[in-house]
Design a protein around this ligand. Structure first.
Ligand SMILES: CC(C)(COP(=O)(O)OP(=O)(O)OC[C@H]1O[C@@H](n2cnc3c(N)ncnc32)[C@H](O)[C@@H]1OP(=O)(O)O)[C@@H](O)C(=O)NCCC(=O)NCCS
Length: 149
């Protein structure tokens, strides 16, 4: 899995990524995320997720301080889901955080998003007990000894 900047070449495809209808309440649209990133640049960084040559997903990362990488948005296109790409995308994001010397990933999950919650738990995220903007906050501490990817 490769993370690439959203740029003038790939952004039409990034905003064309789709979710299943019952997933749309779980994450803002990619158009909205790119707008958020522009307004809050350079703190927010929108990234396209590639598997080989295929654009399969999108993430929006936030850097606020040296320790934490906040995964503000994360989605895999409906046609590419269920093939382990969500897990690989998280691993690629964790690699970015480690490469920057960060020790933690943090994200929020809409209550009822069982697939995402299951994926994050399996990856090593735990609930912090906090709720932020109606979302359940989860964190994953990155041990320096963790193997990349
Ligand atoms: C959450 C999401 C990113 C997972 O992407 P994915 O590529 O399907 O994930 P994976 O294929 O890596 O699967 C991860 C785990 O979820 C499970 N899973 C995937 N789709 C599932 C489904 N429809 N029902 C039940 N479990 C499912 C898989 O079995 C896998 O568990 P396993 O490793 O124990 O087999 C994707 O479903 C998505 O984009 N959802 C909508 C947006 C969203 O909710 N984003 C998260 C915001 S916090």
């Amino acid at each position: 899995m490769r993370l690439e900047a959203v740029d003038e070449r790939n952004y039409p495809s990034v905003i064309g990524l789709e979710l299943h209808e019952d997933q749309r309440a779980f994450v803002a649209s990619n158009v909205r995320s790119i707008a958020d990133a522009w307004v809050h640049r350079p703190k927010l960084e929108p990234l396209a997720l590639f598997s080989g040559d295929d654009l399969v997903g999108f993430t929006l990362l936030e850097r606020d301080g040296p320790e934490v990488l906040h995964v503000v948005r994360f989605m895999i296109d409906r046609r590419a889901q269920g093939r382990g790409l969500g897990r690989k995308g998280l691993a690629a994001i964790a690699d970015v955080a480690r490469a920057e010397g960060r020790s933690r990933l943090v994200l929020g999950v809409v209550p009822g998003n069982a697939v995402a919650t299951g994926l994050y738990r399996a990856f090593g995220f735990t609930e912090t007990g906090e709720v932020d903007g109606g979302e359940i906050v989860m964190r994953h501490d990155l041990a320096p000894a963790d193997l990349p990817g």
